[in-house]
Design a protein around this ligand. Structure first.
Ligand SMILES: NC(=O)c1ccc[n+]([C@@H]2O[C@H](COP(=O)([O-])OP(=O)(O)OC[C@H]3O[C@@H](n4cnc5c(N)ncnc54)[C@H](O)[C@@H]3O)[C@@H](O)[C@H]2O)c1
Length: 449
């Protein structure tokens, strides 16, 4: 394929060399004439292992060249990759000037290209890291300048780059995945062919999902490093080998290094997480150590509780039924259950509540958890109903607090309810219901109301 790449920095230079090595004919475009000269004399614009030889060989083979002439590069290619910088402004916002400058050129030239070849379909793949909504802005800019229609005459696709400096060429050929965010199947299929030789899974998502991924990934990477450092500081103060601790930590592939606990939902609770988190925090405090990351975790949990309360405050005069009151599905343990805290807060605000939880009901009957219930939450135990159908008939608003499979079945048949889902049940809700997920779908609109 004939490809133009805008921006010849780390991402652009590596893409230029590697795409050429995979057989494509690639022209690099940069506003910096020195970088253009470097490429045209067969030299890389960056210092990275292997990139010098790749650029030298591909230049010799005639597969790569560079220019400052946007028009010529766009007219002579079918796909344009944008890899210009997206620095932060002093306020932390993105400076999109470089990207929008490329978009303006693309708009001007694609209009001209369409006049020459009305059947041309130009794909723009945005490889720079950008906020959700940027591809739409680029498409709008191109439409304005060209008179063409996005996803018909051209398409802008999000195609984030996952390479790390220092191992950039290796990472290009061994990405964790290839992500394509697109609203055009045709454009998605074209971009996919760029990576045919790579061993990675290709994931196709909508554009905004693809755009946010780099921020989510990199924030998580920073979180991992900072978590390990705070653990390290505590361990070293106790003369414990922090590297051995983290080696052992990483051996747990079920709960630690896994997708477990990674789904947005309600606050955590139970008898262990809050207690042990507080324990580690206190240990650090007693060692005169600052652990702001670990110390802030509980605050995030409180915010999740407040979100649930904020959603429910919109229904204060309605009958509210809780499905589940334990701290998670499959247990009768009510200690530090966030659902208990939520129910108590709502009762304090005068809500009419009813609760159905078969695990808790069974334990109440058999007496296993009776002491805790009688001592700590007698006021809630009076609200427990036996038959979930009774609860469903009485309640206008149903709050799903635990992910019991029977709740999904039950709510699939429900009509005319407000369903507030804190756990994301796998359900297809009837359109007569109003469905609110605590941090997915349209709950944000409710919070703003
Ligand atoms: N560096 C990395 O490891 C890495 C990894 C993944 C993603 N990213 C993202 O990729 C993007 C590019 O990063 P980078 O490190 O390659 O940047 P860079 O600063 O190394 O290179 C950017 C290049 O764009 C050129 N440029 C600026 N305006 C231009 C224009 N209007 N037209 C053509 N060229 C123009 C600059 O002259 C420069 O050569 C950023 O959004 C970055 O966040 C970077």
């Amino acid at each position: 394929m004939n490809i133009s790449i805008f921006g010849l920095g780390y991402v652009g230079c590596v893409s230029l060399g590697c795409l050429a090595q995979n057989g494509h004919s690639v022209v690099g475009v940069d506003v910096n004439p020195t970088k253009v000269r470097q490429i045209n004399s067969g030299r890389a614009t960056i210092v990275e292992q292997d990139i010098d030889s790749i650029i030298a060989v591909q230049h010799q083979l005639g597969r790569i060249r560079a220019t400052t002439n946007f028009r010529e590069a766009i007219l002579s290619t079918d796909l344009s990759i944008i890899a210009v910088g997206t620095p932060s402004t002093t306020q932390g916002h993105l400076n999109l000037n470089y990207i929008m400058n490329v978009a303006e050129h693309l708009g001007d030239v694609l209009g001209e290209k369409a006049a020459i070849n009305p059947n041309a379909f130009h794909v723009v793949a945005l490889r720079s890291t950008v906020m959700p909504g940027t591809c739409e802005k680029i498409a709008a800019m191109i439409e304005d300048h060209s008179g063409l229609t996005a996803n018909v005459d051209f398409a802008v696709v999000s195609n984030p780059e996952f390479l790390r400096e220092g191992t950039a060429v290796y990472d290009y050929y061994h990405p964790p995945l290839t992500l394509i965010g697109t609203g055009s199947e045709r454009a998605g299929a074209i971009v996919r062919t760029l990576y045919d030789e790579l061993p990675a899974e290709v994931v196709v998502a909508d554009i905004r999902t693809a755009e946010i991924m780099k921020y989510v990934n990199n924030t998580y990477h920073a979180l991992k490093i900072s978590f390990a450092n705070e653990v390290g500081n505590i361990c070293s103060a106790l003369k414990i080998d922090s590297h051995q601790v983290m080696d052992i930590f990483c051996k747990d592939k079920q709960l630690n290094i896994s997708n477990y606990y990674f789904k947005p939902g309600f606050a955590y609770g139970g008898s262990c997480l809050p207690k042990d988190l507080k324990g580690l925090q206190t240990l650090a405090h007693d060692l005169y150590l600052q652990v702001p990351l670990i110390s802030s975790i509980h605050r995030t949990n409180e915010i999740q509780m407040q979100r649930a309360i904020a959603v429910l405050m919109n229904y204060s005069h309605r009958n509210v039924g809780f499905l589940g009151i334990g701290f998670k599905a499959g247990t009768d343990d009510l200690r530090n259950s966030p659902a208990v805290e939520l129910a108590e807060t709502l009762l304090g605000k005068g809500f009419a509540l009813s609760i159905c939880d078969n695990n808790v009901r069974t334990s109440e009957l058999t007496g296993t958890n009776k002491e805790y219930i009688d001592k700590h939450i007698p006021h809630l135990s009076r609200l427990l109903v036996k038959d979930v159908q009774d609860l469903l008939q009485w309640a206008d608003v149903v709050v799903v607090c635990t992910k019991e499979p029977e709740f999904a079945e039950l709510l699939t048949g429900a009509t005319d309810k407000v369903i507030i889902d804190l756990v994301r049940l796998p359900i297809d809700v009837d359109s007569s219901n109003q469905y609110i997920g605590i941090n997915w779908s349209h709950e944000a609109t409710v919070l703003q109301a």
